[in-house]
Design a protein around this ligand. Structure first.
Ligand code: MHO
Length: 252
């Protein structure tokens, strides 16, 4: 059957609808879900070797800060994963867990090393929560992307279980489905509590802040989760800058 003129217009309407949808989403600050396997396809060429790891280990404010200072961690962001609810939100996240997504350079840090940090930075034996935070959203999960990560995760979980003989390691290992980035106020949460530091890095617009490696590090620094040497170096640098003071605008 020949394509009538009327039918030929339909795809154009569809394209318009999609474009308008994207613009409205952007204007309303709506966050689009990520699929793990596709998430580094938009990276610039020099970043194609970067890999992504996703963990849940309690409050995502802290989880993001835990990984921020590690050499080889390029950037991070927090979000919701592991559940079935579509478009979760902080106050209504359904069956998802609070998770952190880490972009890392495998030439500088390995997945096994990230797993070690995961185990040593929370209590995987705690049931239904983490520290003072109680609830399913704080469960411990390693989200994997394929069989090699699952294999490494399982080995590391077995090792962890051997170390804690009397109690069960509750951590789940599951394939990452959709990662829903959390609202902007939860991204680099620790850093956002420190206006001076935000200013020192140039009051970056939100999108740039979320992609900034410097912000990722400083987010760990504010939570005092950088290795002591780096923590001290950053302290010294900030003291140096603040001691010099700012020129004051007095009159014009
Ligand atoms: N204990 C934290 C949990 C925050 S979280 C991102 C609080 O201050 O509420 O779930």
């Amino acid at each position: 059957m020949a394509f009538s003129k009327k039918n030929a217009c339909v795809p154009r309407y569809l394209i318009c609808a999609v474009v308008i949808g994207l613009i409205v989403n952007k204007a309303l600050g709506i966050r689009n879900p990520d699929r793990s396997s596709e998430s580094n396809k938009d990276l610039p060429d020099q970043e194609h070797h970067l890999k992504i790891a996703v963990f849940a280990m309690g409050s995502f404010w802290r989880s993001e800060a835990v990984f921020g200072c590690l050499p080889g961690v390029i950037r991070s962001r927090v979000g919701y994963a592991g559940g079935s609810k579509r478009n979760p939100e902080y106050r209504n996240l359904g069956d998802h867990a609070e998770a952190v997504q880490i972009e890392y350079d495998p030439r500088l840090i390995s997945y096994e090393e990230l797993l070690n940090v995961f185990w040593s930075s929370h209590d995987p034996r705690q049931v239904f929560g983490q520290g003072p935070d109680v609830g399913n959203q704080y469960r411990s999960v390693i989200f994997t992307n394929g069989t090699e990560e699952s294999r490494l995760a399982s080995i590391s979980k077995e090792n962890e279980q051997t170390r804690s003989r009397s109690s069960i390691v509750t951590t789940h290992i599951q394939e990452l489905g959709v990662f829903y980035p959390a609202e902007p106020e939860h991204q680099k949460f620790e850093l956002k509590q420190n206006p001076l530091l935000l200013q020192l890095i140039g009051n970056l617009p939100e999108e740039e802040l979320q992609r900034s490696s410097m912000a990722t590090k400083l987010n760990g620094y504010v939570a005092e989760l950088c290795p002591p040497k780096l923590q001290k170096q950053i302290d010294a640098k900030i003291n140096e800058i603040t001691k010099k003071g700012w020129p004051l605008l007095r009159e014009f």
